[in-house]
Design a protein. Structure first.
Length: 343
């Protein structure tokens, strides 16, 4: 294992960052650039093997601000292009920067199938619950009833929950973080990078112009987050609150938030988080929790190892075909010196 001694500056491009002042994307960019040196060492991956790929949207400008290889693709197709990059170049560390509109609307098909295939990609899903780049139309995650430029009387569509969607598609890794919590975002990214297979990190970000304070009820400041979110860590009790005196229990098959020491509940009743559990039932319930009924779950919710990783299986299959019939592949035919007539 090499130690590269990279710094965040090694991953910062010389391009002017053109997001609006106050946009939550700035904090995510900061977290990513701070995480990259540690990821390089952890994965033994040099700087020139990192690739960032995006679709269309405010978050998709991300690649210009990273001093790495990058590909700004078309709307909704970032995960598809990233799949091709990873399959063709399996030694690369491939990161997808996408938004709730880019990957959950026009790109929804590519998103769920990249998850289903378990391609070894790291997808950073920016969720501001609005179309920001095109000036304020509602997105697949916009809250029911929200007044926007395309729903002047309030949306009548129920929103997607990205965590439920990803886990429902059999995601092997799902984490959620909040833009303002840079350290939490960084830790989620490190875990995602180490994971073999598709990782999805949902970043709850604020669009200060078109959907300001959409996450403020539970994530507006540090004190609010302490009381209204729960940071999940594998192997630790599911506790939250400023005094860490609240926790999650399971009763009648459902999750319930309780206060330890009240109504007969003790620390032994509080659930211990098992991110490695293959069954999706509890992870789906955790991802689905919403304030004010429950705290919003952040941190690594699901992290399950699966040996069936798409890009690896493609490489194994190609090698198997080549070994069983050395001139079956076009590349081998050309190297074998055979002449082909076209037309």
């Amino acid at each position: 294992m090499a130690t590269y001694n990279y710094t965040p500056a090694d991953f910062k491009s010389d391009q002017e960052v053109k997001w609006c002042p106050g946009c939550g994307d700035h904090a995510v960019l900061n977290a990513v650039q701070r995480a990259m040196p540690e990821i390089a060492d952890a994965l033994d991956t040099p700087h020139n093997r990192f690739v960032f790929i995006s679709g269309i949207g405010c978050s998709s400008r991300f690649i210009y601000y990273m001093k790495t290889f990058g590909f700004h693709t078309i709307h909704g197709r970032a995960n598809a292009v990233a799949t091709g990059v990873k399959v063709a170049n399996p030694d690369l560390s491939v990161w997808v920067c996408t938004g709730d509109g880019d990957s959950l609307a026009i790109g929804g098909n590519h998103f769920i199938h990249a998850i289903r295939r378990n391609v070894d990609l790291n997808c950073i899903l920016f969720n501001n619950e609005i179309y920001g780049l095109t000036k304020g139309q509602y997105s697949p995650t916009t809250k029911l009833g929200k007044v926007t430029k395309t729903s002047p009387y309030g949306t009548i569509e129920k929103p997607f929950n990205p965590g439920e969607l990803a886990i429902g598609a059999k995601a092997t890794f799902f984490a959620r973080t909040v833009d303002a919590d840079v350290e939490l975002t960084k830790s989620c990214l490190l875990a995602a990078a180490r994971h073999q297979g598709m990782s999805v990190v949902e970043c709850l970000v604020n669009c200060v112009i078109f959907n300001n304070k959409t996450h403020a009820d539970f994530a507006g400041d540090k004190a609010t987050r302490a009381e209204r979110t729960i940071v999940l860590r594998h192997g630790e009790k599911m506790l939250f609150g400023t005094n860490r005196d609240k926790g999650l229990v399971r009763e009648n098959g459902k999750l319930k938030a309780v206060t330890v020491g009240e109504e007969g509940y003790t620390i032994d009743d509080v659930l211990t988080h098992d991110a490695h559990e293959r069954d999706t039932s509890l992870h789906l319930m955790l991802a689905a929790m919403k304030y004010p009924d429950m705290p919003v779950a952040v941190g690594v919710i699901r992290e399950v190892e699966d040996t069936h990783v798409y890009d690896r299986k493609v490489a194994e299959q190609v090698a198997e075909v080549r070994n069983s019939n050395p001139i079956r592949c076009m590349d081998d035919l050309l190297h074998a010196g055979e002449t082909w007539e076209i037309g």
